[in-house]
Write a protein that binds this ligand. Sequence first.
Ligand code: ZN
Length: 382
Amino acid sequence: MMRKLLILVVLTLIVLAGGIPLYIQRSYKEEVVAGPSVTDVFKLSKYFDGIKGTIADTDVFELKGAEEGGKTLIIAGTHANEPSAALLAYFFIENLEVEKGTIYVIPHFNRSGSLGPQPGGGFPLYYFVDTPWGEKKFRMGDRGFQALDQWPDPDVYVHYPDGQLLSYIDARNTNRSWPGRPDGYLAEKVSFAAMEMIRNEGIDVVIDLHEAEAMYPVTNCIVAPEKSMPYAIGAAFYVKGREKFENHVESSPAGYRGLSHREIGDWSDAYPFLLESPGVHLDQITAAKTPELIIDGIDPFVLKAGEKGLLFVPYDENGFSMDRRVGQHSSVIQEILSQWTKKNPDRGFKVSAPKHADIVENGLGFYFKDPSEADEDKVFLQ
Ligand SMILES: [Zn+2]
């Protein structure tokens, strides 16, 4: 009897030791200070009340310029274990200046995934960015919706409306759930809400931000379907020429369904782009997945793989830092919008934010505002 009781106590302690930090992380809020161009903050359920009150409902920041122009939606956090996306979103919310057109920014599109790490992935619960006023703390998330919020998984995930059979795990993947449907899985509902926003607002450009492994071919690139291709090629060409970094273009495969860069363009008038920056913390072969690895992207095993020619990005002992990844996202987005504006002046944009070279030189943290110094009504909890 005593032995059984002892086993029960030990098991309870193990569950509590593992569960309490996850519980605390799920309620930890990131802070963002609305910058000078933020004109409104509202919930995505404004366009589809089927997600209202659910974990999937997420904040949309509107940055509207004084001059009428086009509309762009920037989606971050589709995969919440690819943090340069959410950090770019916060960086834009705090720093982007919009004179013409409207930019909408969603920091945590897959909000459920942002509230907990990947089970068995070995990732830390948080990562940290150094700022002049101290360390800024962020949640490390999961790729898909958490099973806690969408369960059980089907044996096979049948894409709607195409009927293509996808892996069961992709039922929780908000980059296989496009164009979504109002009565599907929660992941499909949130994509449907975004499609409704894109159609009802008449969004011109949609940019979905990601990170990918250095050992995966579709990394450090812009993925674009046929209609977006001229803008993507122009942007890749200009960042290479003017800003001296590589960012190639990949074409969106027409036969692979559910992805933002395919379905958004097929189911609306918008021009979609998916941006990948290299996050080596995602590579399977790394040493311990520490908060530092997420930020500095320095790993001895990835370096070794690079020496053997196994990487698809330029990589050396300096790693691939968060400053570079967010900097690339910032520059490529601004260049896509500039290319777009040249061909569509009536639906154009005039926006500006620090670019790749500035962010690499000053560090990303330099641009984050201290929430304790900001007006209370400017601080938003995410
Ligand atoms: Zn991704």
